[in-house]
Each structure stands twice: as structure tokens, then as C-alpha cells.
Design a protein around this ligand. Structure first.
Ligand code: DX5
Ligand code: ZN
Length: 223
């Protein structure tokens, strides 16, 4: 089953609740909530209080992508604010195994994200414990960047290793430059969870945009 996750980074922040309701009504599966601290990535976005207000008003599955230096420190706060899934970067300062455990202790899904330069093998030791691996298809930090097609072999390697260890259920998420023209490449490589920021929020009819991405992914999907 493919999941489409509009990234709020491209939403109108002055009307975030309405923006999220709009994409959910349009068929979005998860709301992708990008958190940046200005240190781990060269940009600052939104954090705990905004998620808390949003999740109180808008019923959705909140997929929180932490692009921060010490994610372990904030797991409890984000879980308490309404996160249903937390992914954090393997390149961050936090201990990977301990952070996965801390997220699971909150009763929510855990994911590990990889920057473009990080090889697939870096996440292999953790695959058995993870719900999701997030393969960045741009350098994290900004919406609207160009999709890196050379990340497809990395997705393939992770899918192959997950299958080998009996984790056919592992979710592989892609984030960055995903649109109707690029989603086929990552679906074919083995991804099944698609983040799309500008390709959804910059469109007038978000439902139409989501349906078109889902259709293009479905045609190419190997899952
Ligand atoms: C980038 C963020 C993405 C971003 C994607 O660092 O993690 O979620 O919003 O935006 P698009 O889909 O426009 O590349
Ligand atoms: Zn993201």
C-alpha cells in the first residue's frame, strides 16, 4: 500500500490547520511535519508547540521528521504533542539504538533517516527494530529542491536487505523532489511512502495532485 505524505514545509503557515484539513480531505495518508533546528540543517522551521496545537484541532497521522542535532532529547515532547511516527537522522548526535527504543517506548512508530551521502549499509544493523527508513532524495533543509535520481540504488539495497532478514513489512519513505514525474523511479526501487511538499501544497487542487502522485507510484510500484 502506498502512502502519500504532504510536507507542511510548503503549506501556508498562517493557516496551517486549514491547509492540513485540505490535504487530508484530498486523500493524504500522513501529514509530514518537518522540524529543523538551524544547526543540523541550515534552516529553522516549527517545533513542539505548533504540533501540539495542530494535533488537537486536526485529526491526522502525524509523521514527524526531526532534522535536529539531538533528537533523543525531544522524543517525549514530540510524542506528547501528538506525533504518531518519529524519524530522526542517523547522522545526528543521538545514539541510534537508544533513540529507536525511546520512540517505541512511547507506543509510536520509529524511523531512521539517511542524508544523501550516508550509505544504505549504515542502517542495516537497525532494520530489524525499525518501522521505517527514510531515504532523503535531496539534502535536508529546504522544500522545492531537485530530486536526486542517484538515490534509487540505495533504496533498492535497503529493500533487498529488509527482504533478506524477513522484514517485508519495512516501510521505505522518500523525501525531496517527489512529484508525478519522479515518484515512479523511487516506487520501482522499492519505496512505498512518499513525501511531497511543493508538488502538493503549491497546487490549487491538492486532491488532484495527491491522486496523480498515487497513480504514478502505483504504476511503477514493485510492492
Ligand atoms: C526537506 C524536507 C522535506 C521537504 C520536501 O529537508 O525534509 O520534507 O519539505 O519538499 P519538496 O517535496 O518540495 O521537495
Ligand atoms: Zn521531511
Amino acid at each position: 500500500m502506498s502512502r502519500i505524505c504532504p510536507s507542511v514545509l510548503s503549506a501556508d503557515f498562517s493557516a496551517l490547520g486549514d491547509e492540513c484539513r485540505d490535504v487530508i480531505a484530498g486523500g493524504a495518508d500522513w501529514i509530514h511535519y518537518d522540524v529543523m533546528d538551524g544547526v543540523f540543517v541550515p534552516n529553522i522551521s516549527i517545533g513542539i508547540p505548533v504540533l501540539k496545537s495542530l494535533s488537537k484541532k486536526v485529526d491526522a497521522f502525524y509523521d514527524v521528521h526531526l532534522m535536529i542535532t539531538d533528537p533523543a532529547k525531544y522524543v517525549d515532547d514530540f510524542a506528547g504533542a501528538g506525533a504518531d511516527h518519529i524519524s530522526f537522522h542517523i547522522e545526528s548526535q543521538s545514539d541510534t539504538a537508544e533513540t529507536i527504543e525511546a520512540i517505541h517506548a512511547k507506543g509510536i512508530l520509529a524511523g531512521v533517516a539517511l542524508k544523501p551521502a550516508t550509505p544504505a549499509e549504515a542502517v542495516f544493523p537497525y532494520l530489524k527494530d525499525l518501522d521505517l527508513v527514510l531515504v532523503m532524495t535531496v539534502e535536508p533543509g529546504f522544500g522545492g529542491q531537485k530530486f536526486m535520481a542517484d538515490m534509487c540504488p540505495k533504496i533498492k539495497k535497503i529493500r533487498k536487505e529488509a527482504d533478506r532478514i524477513g522484514r517485508k513489512d519495512l516501510l521505505i519513505q522518500v523525501d525531496g523532489g517527489i512529484d508525478v514525474g519522479t515518484v515512479g523511479f523511487v516506487a520501482e526501487a522499492g519505496a512505498d511512502v512518499y513525501v511531497a511538499g511543493s508538488a502538493v501544497f503549491n497546487k490549487k487542487d491538492r486532491g488532484e495532485a495527491i491522486a496523480a502522485i498515487r497513480e504514478a507510484a502505483g504504476k511503477a510500484s514493485v510492492k
